[in-house]
Design a protein around this ligand. Sequence first.
Ligand code: HPA
Length: 266
Amino acid sequence: MTETIAALKSRLSALPEVAIVLGSGLGPFAEEVEDAVVIPYEEIPGWPRSTAVGHAGKLVFGTVAGRRVAVMSGRAHLYEGHPIEKVVLGVRVLAQLGARKVILTNAAGGINLSFSRGALVLMTDHINLQGANPLSGPNDDSLGPRFPDMTFAYAPRFRALALEHAKRLGIPLHQGVYAALAGPSYETPAEIRYLRIIGADLVGMSTVPEVIALNHMGAEVLGISCVTNMAAGVTKEKINHEEVIETGNQVRGQFIRLLQSIIPSL
Ligand code: HPA
């Protein structure tokens, strides 16, 4: 991580305050960054390559609405075969560079029947069913404690701000609990019924390792999901990745407006 941080510092004239991770289909937000310094992941030592379709694989530094930001367009997932330390390396590095306020976004399947395709959902909490935790193994005491508290994993102050901005902009913003599974197969209808019973509103394959690593470091997290499809068995349709990407494109305008509005207030 030290080498990665040093490599990025040598290319930047100012350090970021806010980091934004863009989920599947939400990549176009990276175009909104002004005075952009674009660094492809291949050029960053130690940085995992992103192989998922709909993920660009570049880090963009610059400003959004006057705030210094770092945007990760593309993230590493467990299902790509990355070890979990690599899955969280990006957000850990950005937090170490100074971005201690982090907006994590993702594409998710809608479990809660009051959601529909294209809905934006504020993450209020999560259920980790990935069978992995980025803090397993010896604890790095310089980063954070052995047993970090997760009661306020999704910063209440950021959640309140996001709701306030969405309301002002007239953008419907739902709220829900995100269940993370390892993937890459989508869930079965029985798994979705189970997830609904245990209290999940959304299902996806990312974000939770990053939330854990960031809370460990004392960084503040805002999570926003885009319901790109209703989860397995909710409709009669099959789920396909093209639909996931296409829905991301449809909500792009709303999503960009919401982030542009929230970022300066964090
Ligand atoms: N399940 C899991 N991950 C997802 C889904 C889904 O239905 N849609 C987008 N990411």
